[in-house]
Design a protein around this ligand. Structure first.
Ligand code: TRP
Ligand code: ZN
Length: 473
């Protein structure tokens, strides 16, 4: 789904270029549907400079139905994706993001569609143009050995592990294992069936469905009903201790790699998921999804955690001391409100995710009997390099201190300025009004001003982007 009002300029530019080429060359075959009837190709890119080439224009995905099989002995993945989307213009052609992998057949509706590959793109030309507003399905059969994505940090994508695989990464990773409109501005629901050799677990987002086995293979099913940004999807396959239970009437599934200690820091930290989520809900408003959980992987190459929707994935390094680390759990769970339910419209606003998740660590620490949020603020204020901005940090600094820590300082400065009541009312209004949607920094500032009944733009500017230490509120 796409938030209203998004009309990428690149769409119009691409259409103009095609129309010109067609008019000049008069090669009718290459111009089917692109000219006088007003049907034109969707943009190959959503126009977000932080992720060049990612995302696409001209349509809006509502659902991904994914059916994949993965064989760890050959690293091969075989998949079928059924993508339900709506045309947002008269559409002659559309792109999906897909990195590596071989595409077999592609259909739009019941009809075979022409397709070709262009770098990280799968270009699909339906037999008939898709009129603006038309709902349609694209079915893609594909297979191959998935590769790592070439993302901003170079760490995302599809990782083959000792016992299986982990598909994970930010700002992009999904296109390494399924065809996708790979940008958080187009969120969709998901159903996933994943078939792996008997004995291995296959974990993903959302509510678990029935498992079935045949001929030495087991199919695990997952469904995420609340619209999800593609980078928040995950696939974790391997030897895991899976604990299936429930919390607050919804399924809770946690999993720890079997090679990690059964009673160590990983397991004891994950075990606090329900308690931490309830604390955060008391501050941010109702938990936004139908299920809970968390996954701890053992592969050292995963040196981070990611807030994959409803079920964050944690790298092993957070728990090496064999001690609990509820702080990282609080961070990833806070993202369920900030980032997952209310998602970015563009990556340059990444502080909206990381600033609030970092601030939630301070709230949790105070609640858990550690330092107060004010104490953490004071320490961080003294340590901050004010030359680095939180908003538009640049692609290379998307996950830098200015985004995480300076972002958290800005959140606390807002709290000190407007007072606790108004502050938490702003947060709850944000998570309610934009639940399952998107938002920008300007949207947040406008909301804060509305709730507080005063101008706050100068405050946000000083704390987020100003070049020197702001005066303390
Ligand atoms: N967003 C993650 C967090 O703070 C961290 C992160 C940054 C990350 N870049 C990543 C995770 C790349 C996975 C891949 O919780
Ligand atoms: Zn984070």
């Amino acid at each position: 789904m796409v938030p209203t009002g998004r009309t990428p300029t690149s769409n119009r530019l691409a259409a103009t270029a095609t129309a010109l080429t067609c008019a000049v060359a008069l090669i009718a075959a290459g111009c089917t549907g692109d000219d006088s009837d007003g049907f034109r190709p969707g943009a190959a890119d959503v126009g977000d400079p932080y992720v060049p080439g990612r995302g696409n224009g001209g349509y809006d995905v509502t659902h991904y139905g994914l059916d994949v099989r993965y064989d760890p002995s050959t690293d091969r993945l075989t998949g079928r994706a059924v993508i339900t989307a709506t045309a947002m213009q008269d559409l002659s052609r559309l792109n999906l993001d897909l990195i590596g992998l071989d595409v077999g057949t592609v259909s739009v509706g019941d009809a075979r569609a022409d397709h070709r590959r262009d770098d990280g793109e799968l270009v699909v030309t339906p037999r008939d143009g898709l009129p603006h507003g038309r709902q349609f399905t694209v079915t893609v059969d594909y297979a191959g050995v998935p590769t790592a994505a070439d993302g901003a940090l170079g760490s995302g994508g599809f990782l083959h592990t000792a016992d299986g695989a982990v598909a994970l990464g930010q700002p992009d990773s999904a296109a390494t294992w399924f065809p996708v409109n790979d940008h958080p501005s187009d969120k969709a629901s998901y159903d996933l069936a994943v078939t792996v050799p008997d004995g291995l677990a296959a974990l993903s987002n959302g509510v678990p469905g029935p498992k079935s086995s045949a001929d030495g293979w087991t199919t695990w099913r997952w469904s995420e009903r609340t619209p999800m940004a593609s980078y928040l999807s995950t696939l974790v396959i391997g030897d895991y201790r899976v604990v299936s239970g429930s919390h607050a009437g919804r399924p809770m599934v946690t999993a720890v790699a079997a090679s990690l200690p059964a009673t160590g820091g990983a397991a004891s930290s994950l075990a606090r998921t329900g308690e931490i989520v309830d604390f955060l809900a008391s501050r941010f408003g109702p938990y936004p999804f139908d299920s809970y959980g968390g996954i701890v992987v053992a592969d050292d190459r995963i040196g981070y955690a990611l807030e994959t929707q409803s079920r964050p994935v944690y790298g092993p390094a957070f728990f090496t001391d064999d001690r609990p680390n509820p702080g990282v759990v609080a961070h990833e769970l806070a993202h369920q409100w900030f980032g997952d339910s209310v998602s970015l419209s563009r990556w340059s606003d990444i502080w909206l995710n990381e600033g609030f998740a970092s601030y939630a660590e301070w709230l949790w620490e105070e609640h858990d009997g550690g330092r107060t949020a004010q104490h953490n603020f004071d320490l961080q204020y003294a340590a901050t390099d004010w030359s680095q901005p939180s908003v538009e940090p640049g692609r290379e600094r998307m996950f830098g201190t200015a985004v995480y820590k300076r972002g958290a300082l800005a959140v606390h400065a807002l709290r000190r300025t407007v007072g606790d009541d108004t502050f938490f009312r702003i947060l709850r209004t944000w998570t309610t009004e934009r639940a399952a949607g998107n938002g920008t920094t300007s949207d947040l500032v406008a909301l804060a001003e509305r709730r507080a009944g005063r101008q706050l733009r100068p405050l946000f500017d000083a704390w987020l982007v100003g070049g020197s230490a702001p005066t303390l509120p």
